[in-house]
Design a protein around this ligand. Structure first.
Ligand code: HEM
Length: 412
């Protein structure tokens, strides 16, 4: 386990402020082993790209390796749920291609474009709910809500089920990545199982009543239509797939909404420029995604002895492939630690990954960011960070975001 021999505090510290460690790793010769992560840190842009391209030597099977093993009692609760089937993010080779295909179909540019009016309508309604108050905690009032509602729509969930599913996603992440006391682990496992039952209901319904949504694509990829009902094994597979997709889709987007607004407001001149020049919104989204990457990194494991950046690694060596570090690499991004939405000819960043596992939901995420900034700059141009409410980042590498984001503005 990542922190079996290291105090949790040191791991939390690294997760809350990883950039100094990245800078040291970039300056070092070869790769640096980071005990808190129990992995070799891949921090340079060129090295990250190389790992992502050499998929046969750097396997994804451990991409999302949990930091914490749930207790036997929590595992027993999870045993009453669904899942355990293969999922795209931790698969390699042909199986990976097979699992990825339905997602590419369901998240095609046309399908994403079809979801934009709904995203716009929901974003406006969420802002309507607090615009007159003069203050809001943006994470709870908006950032957690929009991505869940949008991915729920794309998947084909009943909107009434979205809060339970979003909550289940956070609880799954907590259970596998945070050290919780036993009773909390059991409660988290129960929430995860509740989410899985909703997803199972949705999968079974789409098998008999297909629609133009992602759940239908996933169900069709695990079972030939027209065989009465899904088998239990097919239900497990469909739920695993849906759960993975949902969590990948909303935690990260929520995080990026939070950090984007945080950094724009912390750099007041850039916020004011954006309000005056909304044509810069797409550039602001890319710069925010680069500057404080939501998915800081995923893992890979070597399948054979390999050499990387001059370091010889044995088979089964664990790597932490840090997209967030690569995005601060000066050899790729001049002035990497400056947040600047007016960068000329910005280099392609790795916030959405690269190569075979590159994010399938990047366009959906970008649309939500764009809509969010359009709403906020147009309707609340004098938005500011609330005084006396210092921002702390969540201790996580997979959805880096402010814990809370208190904002104020002159209420109309
Ligand atoms: C700001 C939001 C997002 C960020 C920063 C992000 C980032 C990433 C990154 C870095 C990867 C590559 C992982 C790897 O190489 O192991 C990835 C993969 C993935 N993302 Fe996203 N993502 C976001 C939003 C979404 C959304 C909205 C969806 C779904 C609608 C989604 C679904 C996925 C899936 C299914 C994969 C795995 C693809 C594969 O293994 O082939 N993501 N994402």
């Amino acid at each position: 386990m990542a922190h079996e021999h290291e105090p949790q505090g040191r791991l939390d510290e690294l997760m809350r402020e990883p950039y100094p460690r990245y800078a040291r790793a970039q300056a070092a010769e070869g790769l640096v082993h980071v005990p808190e992560l129990d992995a070799w840190l891949v921090a340079r842009d060129a090295d990250v790209r190389e790992v992502l391209l050499r998929t046969e030597e750097f396997s994804s099977v451990n991409a999302l390796r949990p930091d914490v093993m749930p207790s036997p009692a929590a595992l027993a609760v999870l045993g009453g749920g669904f899942g355990g089937g293969p999922v795209v993010v931790v698969s390699d080779g042909e199986r990976h291609q097979r699992l990825r295909a339905p997602l590419l179909r369901a998240l095609s540019p046309a399908r994403v474009a079809a979801a934009v009016p709904y995203a716009r309508e929901r974003a406006a309604a969420l802002v309507d709910a607090f615009a007159k108050d003069g203050r809001a905690e943006l994470m709870a009032a908006y950032a957690v809500r929009l991505p869940g509602e949008v991915i729920g729509r794309v998947v084909g969930l009943d909107p009434a089920d979205v809060p339970l599913v979003v909550h289940g996603g956070y609880r799954a992440e907590e259970l596998l990545f945070r050290p919780l006391p036993e009773d909390e682990q059991i409660a988290a496992a129960e929430d995860v199982v509740a989410m899985q039952h909703v997803l199972d209901r949705c999968a079974r319904d789409r098998y008999t009543h297909p629609r133009a949504d992602l759940a239908t694509e996933i169900v069709a990829s695990v079972a030939e239509p027209g065989h009465g009902q899904l088998s239990l094994a097919q239900r497990h597979e469909a739920v695993a797939h849906l759960q993975n997709l949902l969590i990948a889709g909303h935690l990260t987007t929520t995080a990026l909404i939070g950090t984007t607004v945080l950094h724009l407001l912390s750099h007041r001149d850039q916020w004011e420029l954006l309000c005056a020049r909304p044509d810069l919104i797409p550039a602001a989204v890319e710069e925010a995604a680069r500057y404080d990457t939501a998915l800081q990194g995923f893992r890979r494991v070597t399948t054979c002895p390999v050499s990387l950046a001059g370091t010889e690694l044995p088979a089964e060596a664990e790597l932490f492939v840090a997209f967030g570090a690569a995005n601060r690499d000066a050899s790729r991004h001049p002035r990497p630690d400056a947040f600047d939405i007016t960068r000329e000819a910005p280099a392609r960043h790795l916030a959405f990954g690269f190569g075979a596992h590159a994010c399938v939901g990047a366009q959906l995420a970008r649309e939500q960011l764009r809509i969010t900034l359009e709403e906020l700059t147009r309707r609340l141009p004098d938005l500011r960070l609330a005084e006396g409410r210092p921002v702390t980042m969540r201790p996580t590498m997979i959805h880096r975001s402010p814990e809370e984001l208190h904002l104020t503005w002159a209420a109309s």
